[in-house]
Design a binder for this molecule. Structure first.
Ligand code: ADP
Length: 470
């Protein structure tokens, strides 16, 4: 398999690419586009001045204002018209323009829809003797006030940026070196605080599958790592628990399979060797044991199906009474033979209360409850009740027994797969007793609430709740 780049390497590369990108963009803007930006901003500022002059001219009282503009914005202003001439004071290049030039400019501005930016003033040869004219930006605007034509000229000097750009370039090398160095340092710091603990947890979690995750080696310094560590610790515990429980289950299942097999082989051999033993009773033992094996295998198949969530329910409608009565009939004779008092507590009115369930599956759940009641009850007067009670808008179907009950500390665990309170219970004749976890999965598949009420040494009452068909 191709080895992937480590998180630390990825982080360093991402940060460096990011920083180089930023540096390149800044470099391009600072060097290549600086001149354009500068010119554009100069243009905008003299256009703005021209507009302000126009506004104030229209208010008539303008002279003081020119002076202020002329000096404060490093621009020079000249207003020319037939009626008056105004020139800004100071070393303003626009002062030297004679009337002929002003007229030429006026015409050119007019031809350009009333305003024009002059980038190279050399063509107006009155100035070409002066060196700095080339770096001059002049904006002209024609306006009309009280029937007189007025030309507003605003000029500004453009400072050459070559020297500035070369300074920036030489500074830039230093800045780039410092930033790249700082980036590498940052990547190392992040890596130390974030990636190192991840690597630590990663190397520890390689032992997770063996249930050997050692949280003592992890020293989480923030809540996320602490949480991850706790989750892995819990997963580790669960793996250990599941592993132990699986071993126990295997031992139980093996035992449960072996008992009927021994009986079948034993009775079979007996009938073969002793023809007088070939009677219905003995053959029935073989048949019963074979059925028991078949039930056990069915339950094991169910468990594996449920584990890969392949269970499919086929819903049918049945009355609560019929459901309970069918189950009751299944157990009646057996319980009598075992001296167990088994009662059905379902009034005839429940014959009219219909429910939608997978009958076979729900019967399996009730069988599991009853089998457990038979399995775990050692009292002389064993009592089991299969019944239904109405609670608000649903019906609670329950199996009650006066058995040993369940300790509070076990009550939440008994529904877990492979969980057993006492590891050495006897197996009952009917059903495999694999369990409550199978019942839980079946009830969840039906979307039904379920639970148990119990007091130790007094009783257990396992139940599920169902609504009647609408
Ligand atoms: P299994 O019967 O194969 O041990 P279950 O999942 O049916 O497994 O039951 C889990 C545990 O719950 C049992 O080991 C038992 O300790 C407890 N339990 C179940 N039903 C009863 C009951 N009616 N009375 C007392 N304990 C019970």
């Amino acid at each position: 398999m191709k080895r992937k780049l480590s998180l630390r390497g990825q982080l360093l590369i991402i940060l460096l690419v990011f920083i180089v990108l930023i540096l390149t963009i800044v470099y391009l803007f600072q060097t290549n586009f600086l001149d354009d930006f500068y010119r554009k901003s100069k243009e905008n500022s003299i256009i703005q001045v021209a507009e302000n002059v126009e506004k104030y001219l229209k208010q008539n009282d303008v002279f003081d204002y020119y002076e202020t503009i002329g000096f404060s914005n490093e621009v020079c202003v000249r207003v020319a018209s037939n009626d008056y001439h105004y020139e800004n004071k100071g070393a303003c290049i626009l002062r030297s323009l004679d009337d002929r030039t002003i007229n030429n400019i006026y015409k050119e501005v007019n031809d350009n829809s009333g305003s024009k930016m002059f980038y190279n003033f050399v063509s107006y040869n009155e100035f070409d003797a002066r060196e700095n004219v080339k770096d001059m930006l002049i904006f002209g605007k024609n306006i009309k006030i009280n029937e007189s034509d007025i030309l507003i000229l605003v000029s500004s000097i453009i400072t050459p940026l070559n020297a500035t750009i070369s300074t920036i370039k030489s500074q830039y090398v230093i800045i780039a070196c410092v930033v790249i160095f700082a980036t590498i340092l940052l990547a190392l710091i992040i890596s130390h605080f974030i990636i190192k603990p991840i690597n630590k947890i990663n190397s520890e979690s390689k032992n997770l599958s063996k249930g050997e995750y050692n949280s003592n080696n992890i020293k989480p310094f923030n809540s996320e790592y602490a949480e991850l560590n706790e989750t892995l610790m819990k997963a580790n515990d669960d793996i250990l628990k599941a592993d132990k429980a699986k071993k126990e289950l295997l031992a139980n299942v093996t035992h449960d399979l072996r008992t009927p097999l021994t009986m079948i082989v034993g009775y079979g051999e007996m009938i073969r060797d002793l023809p007088e033993e070939n009677n219905v009773e003995n053959i029935n033992v073989i048949i019963d044991e074979a059925k028991r094996l078949s039930t056990l295998v069915d339950d094991l198949i169910d468990i594996s199906r449920l584990e890969s969530s392949k269970i499919e329910l086929s819903y049918e409608t049945i009355s609560i009474y019929d459901l309970l009565f069918d189950v009751y009939k299944q157990y009646e004779i057996y319980c009598k033979s075992q001296n167990v008092s088994f009662k059905l507590d379902a009034k005839k009115k429940y014959q009219k209360i219909m429910i939608d369930i997978d009958i076979h599956r729900i019967k399996q759940v009730i069988y599991n409850f009853i089998n457990n009641s038979l399995n775990y009850n050692n009292k002389a007067k064993q009592k089991i009740v299969l019944g239904v009670e109405e609670i608000k808008d649903y019906y609670r179907i329950y199996v009650y027994d006066n058995g040993p009950g369940i300790k509070q500390e076990d009550i939440n665990n008994i529904w877990e797969r492979y969980y057993k309170v006492d590891k050495t219970h006897k197996r009952n004749h009917i059903g495999s007793g694999i369990g409550l976890s199978l019942s839980k999965d079946l009830l969840i598949a039906h979307n039904l609430k379920y639970g148990v009420e119990s007091i130790e040494n007094e009783y257990s009452k396992f139940f599920f709740e169902i609504k009647a068909r609408e």
